[in-house]
Write a protein that binds this ligand. Sequence first.
Ligand SMILES: *Cc1c(COP(=O)(O)O)cnc(C)c1O
Length: 219
Amino acid sequence: MHETLASIKNYLQTHGATLVAISKTKPAEEILKVYEQGQRIFGENKVQELTDKYVELPKDIQWHLVGHLQSNKVKYITPFVSLIHSVDSFKLLEEINRQSAKINRVIDVLLQIYIAKEETKFGLGFDEARELLQEPKLNSLHHICIRGMMGMSTFTDDQIQIRNEFRSLKSFFDEVQPLRSASFQPDILSMGMSGDYKIAVEEGSNMVRIGSAIFGERK
Ligand SMILES: *Cc1c(COP(=O)(O)O)cnc(C)c1O
């Protein structure tokens, strides 16, 4: 289903949620069409593609990484990335901090939390995320800021299951607010894609990652 960008944006604006347009696999000219309609936040799931598109496209685009990040590739994106949605270990956080310190940036990240009943999805369990947030070394990382969490629901038609998964992440997001510190300033809850963004927003998401509903199906 192709929705218009305007109708998606209108819905999100009414509900106070930010749109990340997921442009993976789409060529620069299609991204530019969406850019020309006013969209400035785009997300990619692969480091190479993100880096290529950053070089090719207008410099006022805010680029988000939403896919899995390997430690050895962090250095390629730290110069320009504006939000990394997919931090799933303390080790990766340390590497992002190390690379961003070198160029004197503070990089905003989200912890990717595993909420789906599927084995293929990356992310931290709630207990692992709690542990990471209470790691004593966290506050020595001056070049990262954990701004919240990202989660993906199970790929299913069961709306109740999807809703419950989003609800569980919102409740975790609320639970950990008291752990707020210099390195942990949680105000972003990234949940919802083309098929489930309205459920996500109803359950408290304030950032949605929408690809196919804007750009059409990926091949
Ligand atoms: C591809 C992708 C999306 C967008 O998916 P659509 O169903 O096309 O909206 C959102 N988040 C992540 C992490 C993705 O990889």
